[in-house]
Design a protein around this ligand. Structure first.
Ligand code: ADP
Length: 161
């Protein structure tokens, strides 16, 4: 059984993330969406909130689970018998840093492969940062975030105004 680990900040989960999750769930036996702790960023949603938002969005995808990790991804992956890392690639700009990370991870854990899925053309422009920016200005977010969490994002953005 191969488990695909999909790591990220997911602050918040976007339709671009969900597209990658669905596609990975169709390829691998199991997908673990892993919310990584990144102390360098000040998030819009707490770790627990981000996990809950993702859980709500993926609840109908039976082979998708949500987890969190504050250790190195290469170490975390050792918890699974056969794990691969899944990453979405939006543009050439993602490529350089993602390939660098993939090489670092395979250096630390030789059995760990990284699989890249090209972003769907519809979502190549989309990032959590874009969502937060649009939310601040009261834009229509329906094309960016899953409907299940739309209200949460709007309310959180309004609080910060
Ligand atoms: P963001 O850049 O949106 O803050 P994360 O740090 O949560 O994203 O990203 C987690 C993973 O999801 C990364 O592999 C990133 O390249 C991928 N990803 C993010 N947005 C998209 C998208 N719109 N389409 C495809 N992959 C994406």
């Amino acid at each position: 059984m191969t488990t695909a680990i999909y790591p990220g900040s997911f602050d918040p989960i976007t339709l671009g993330h969900l597209n990658i999750i669905r596609r990975a769930a169709g390829i691998f036996d199991k997908v673990v969406v892993c919310v990584m702790v990144n102390s360098a960023k000040t998030p819009m949603f707490t770790l627990e909130e981000r996990m809950e938002l993702i859980e709500r969005v993926v609840s109908r995808l039976k082979n998708v689970k949500v987890d969190t990790s504050d250790i190195l991804l290469a170490e975390y992956a050792k918890r699974y018998e056969h794990a691969v890392i899944v990453k979405g690639l939006r543009a050439v700009s993602d490529y350089e840093s993602e390939v660098q990370m993939a090489l670092v991870n395979s250096k630390m854990n030789r059995r760990l492969e990284t699989v890249f899925l090209p972003s769907s053309q519809k979502y190549t422009y989309l990032s959590s940062t874009v969502v937060k920016e649009m939310a601040k200005y009261g834009s229509d977010l329906r094309e960016f975030v899953p409907v299940e969490i739309l209200q949460d994002v709007i309310e959180r953005a309004n609080k910060g105004r």
